[in-house]
Design a protein around this ligand. Structure first.
Ligand code: ADP
Ligand code: ZN
Length: 714
């Protein structure tokens, strides 16, 4: 049996029970009870304990067994990402509430009746809870009143309890609810996807279509086909913020919302989703990367939207790339998988070029909408005023849009007000006590925050070093500061700041989308969170405040990422009838990335970047892996890192760099060192690392993590 914490453990099957591989069981472990998955004996390491010395496990959970296809995926992930089998298995049975069998719970809703005595709070609650149902705690949160207020309303008969079946079925989506008329180009692509979905079998697609070309519209046809065949579909999105827009699109097309899966689900929702997915009654699941490891009964199609997004890479625990695992899952399930993107990752393009993925192209926007016109602002020639960040040409364009009642978007990938605060008098800089990082000023919340560990302090009034008052200055801009600049220029302009600080829940995203669509926002100032997915027809201007920002630090994918980000944000402009325009502010107008963006020459960008990678033997040509050593004790971390470095194997086609202190040398109070392994495709890099680390011992206070195909080099 596979136990989540310890790896494979042996148990005896209790007398009279018939259990097969895949069963989810409860077993004793010391004084505790733990969950596990029954595994095939022959697929585990050979050491077995004599049957007579084994404890029997306790019970089998009332859920369908984990299918062999998913068990093979778990093994593949553990092997490929050098992770414990049990850590991967744990992601499958993460929702322990789901495993406890059928249940009911009590929820509350308005009766329509009025309380005898009305108070302001009660009135507020009654207005807010129209049509809602949930636990008292959830309703209290929705209405912004205490649970006590609601309990009062229950006593007065204005709110009533209802018994709900935790496993009540989801509304059914209908393939033919609102079938769109596709353009000939779209039809061709859709037909191919539908055909592959209907016939089944492993079929990986790269759906490469410019922003607004109808990628979503076309893959929805494949979803329709899966629905008709009674198959389940998984749609992976890179961010929860994007689910909101997708939910609405989906409901318009299929007449019912899909099932959601992400970290902010309530425990009851999680349970209901898990069980419906395992039972096969959840038809379409839209979720974050963890939805990949759910026990679908009849998966028929996987879609990875915005497949180039680096947030598909998980950087803690099991360090997997959901895009790649999605393809593997499709292979084990023998079904099609669609990677959709307007700016595919170089890795995905290489797979298409070599014929592994089938490439489907949508080269133009739907409905005759034009791609936006992209222009450059050379900040060395046309600089903004000192202490400001919007250069005159962009300022003029913004003013024009305000005059015409059109909307604009300013993009800067930096949360908060300013990335650094320093003392003008003594030079003191505010640094995080737990990380090698500056504290970022957040003026909206009057705090300084570390974006790595979440440490926050109230905004200081004086310098802690020299005690000078009014000596602190903010250095550099974040989105809040850009929004301030806009407000100073046009006090009447209605702005919205869009970052993970402001759009932290699906409800906030929904509010934001509604107010933009209603025309209540003139200028959006946002981070990468607004670069993708949104479709605002009246948005005609995009300004990129600092195109050079992403190129700093120069990691492997810096150019690619900058190109993708700017293409994506540019893709928000001119999606409706009115043409869009994009301004890119840069100090390096001659840079390759900027030049190709201006010329709209995507082909050349990819060609040049591919050649660079080929020459450096970087992915997708060569491979990287990282070993990250961390400990609260600086000496201990350094020692283990040296030990690992000294024992590096000599293998042809593989080089080991380091150990060296990580660029982010202290994170959450842990001192970090890194080794980087660079190898040709021929080397079995995982086997090499497993054997290498398998021969070394270190204290459990030191953590050694392996990152295969790393995205972060910090
Ligand atoms: P992408 O996913 O490639 O960015 P979308 O699928 O979001 O593109 O399409 C862009 C916009 O055009 C959306 O508002 C979508 O509803 C609309 N659209 C695309 N194709 C069609 C179609 N065949 N019929 C009607 N509307 C369409
Ligand atoms: Zn920190």
């Amino acid at each position: 049996m596979m136990n989540a914490a310890l790896g494979p453990l042996d148990y005896r099957v209790p007398d009279g029970l018939d259990v097969n591989a895949g069963a989810v069981v409860v077993a004793p472990l010391g004084p505790r009870q733990v969950l596990g998955i029954v595994w095939e004996e022959e697929r585990l390491p050979a050491e077995r304990i004599d049957d007579s010395r084994l404890r029997p496990f306790i019970s089998v959970c009332d859920v369908p067994p984990i299918r062999a296809e998913l068990r093979r995926l778990i093994e593949w992930c553990a092997n490929y990402y050098c992770a414990p089998l049990a850590s991967v298995a744990r992601m499958v049975i993460a929702s322990s509430a789901a495993l406890r069998g059928a249940a009911t719970m009590t929820e509350y809703r308005l009766t329509g009746g009025m309380p005898e005595r009305m108070t302001a709070k009660r009135e507020l609650a009654l207005a807010a809870l129209e049509g809602e149902q949930g636990s008292l705690r959830e309703l209290a949160e929705m209405a912004g009143v205490s649970e006590g207020v609601l309990r009062g309303l229950v006593n007065q008969g204005a709110i009533e309890p209802v018994e709900v079946d935790c496993d009540r079925p989801y509304p059914q989506a209908r393939a033919d609810f609102a079938v769109p008329e596709l353009s000939p180009q779209q039809s061709e692509v859709a037909d191919r996807l539908v055909e592959a979905t209907a016939s089944g079998g492993f079929a990986p697609f790269l759906l490469d279509g410019v922003t607004g070309s109808g990628k979503t519209e076309t893959y929805c046809e494949a979803i329709a086909s899966a629905l008709e065949h009674g198959k389940q579909v998984l749609v992976l999105l890179p961010e929860i913020a994007l689910t909101e827009a997708f939910l609405r699109r989906f409901e318009d097309r299929f007449g019912a919302a899909p099932v959601q899966w992400h970290s902010s689900l309530k425990a009851t929702e999680r349970r209901r989703a898990w069980r419906a997915i395992a039972a096969g009654t959840a038809q379409v699941v839209v979720g974050a990367r963890s939805a990949l490891f759910l026990p679908y009964a009849r998966l028929g199609l996987i879609v990875v939207d915005e497949a180039h997004e680096i947030s598909f890479k998980q950087d803690e625990g099991v360090r997997y790339n959901a895009r790649d695992v999605a393809v593997m899952r499709a292979r084990f399930e023998q079904i099609p998988v669609v990677l959709a993107s307007a700016t595919p990752a170089l890795e995905s393009l290489a797979m298409a070029d070599s014929g592994v993925y089938e490439r489907l192209v949508l080269p133009s926007r739907f409905g005759g909408a034009q791609m936006p016109d992209i222009q450059l602002i050379d900040l060395t020639e046309d600089p903004p005023e000192r202490g400001e960040w919007i250069a005159p040409p962009l300022r003029r364009a913004l003013f024009q849009r305000l005059e015409r009642g059109e909307q604009s978007l300013l993009f800067l990938n930096r949360r908060g007000y300013a990335p650094l605060t320093l003392c003008r008098h003594c030079g003191y800089r505010f640094q995080c006590p737990n990380c090698t990082a500056w504290m970022v000023e957040h003026r909206l919340t009057h705090r300084l925050a570390c974006h790595h560990c979440g440490h926050v302090v109230p905004a200081p009034r004086f310098c802690p070093e020299c005690k000078e008052e009014d000596s602190l200055v903010a250095c550099g801009p974040g989105v809040e500061r850009i929004a301030d600049e806009v407000k100073a220029l046009w006090p009447q302009a209605r702005t919205a700041i869009v970052t993970s600080d402001t759009l932290f829940s699906p409800a906030r995203v929904a509010d934001f989308v509604k107010s933009v669509e209603a025309g209540d926002i003139d200028i959006i100032v946002g981070t990468q969170l607004v670069t993708k997915g949104y479709h605002f027809p009246n948005l005609t201007l995009v300004g990129v405040i600092d195109a050079d920002l992403g190129l700093e630090g120069g990691d492997l994918r810096a150019s690619e990422r900058t190109f993708q980000q700017i293409m994506q944000v540019a893709g928000r402009a001119g999606r409706g009838q009115k043409p869009g325009r994009v301004f890119i502010q840069t100090r390096m107008p001659e840079g390759e990335v900027i030049k190709t963006l201006i010329e709209g020459d995507t082909e050349r960008f990819y060609a040049v970047e591919t050649e660079n990678r080929r020459r450096a033997n970087a992915p997708p040509f060569g491979r990287f892996a990282a070993i990250i050593i961390s400990s609260e004790d600086a000496d201990e971390a350094a020692q283990v890192a040296r030990l690992i470095g000294k024992s590096a194997p000599l293998i042809e086609g593989m080089r080991v760099y380091g150990p060296a202190p990580a660029p982010l040398s202290v994170l959450r109070g842990r001192h970090r060192h890194r080794l980087l392994i660079h190898a040709t495709r021929q080397v079995d890099i995982q086997a090499a690392i497993r054997e290498w680390l398998g021969n070394i011992v270190w204290k459990s206070s030191t953590r050694v993590a392996v990152d295969v195909d790393p995205y972060s080099f910090m």
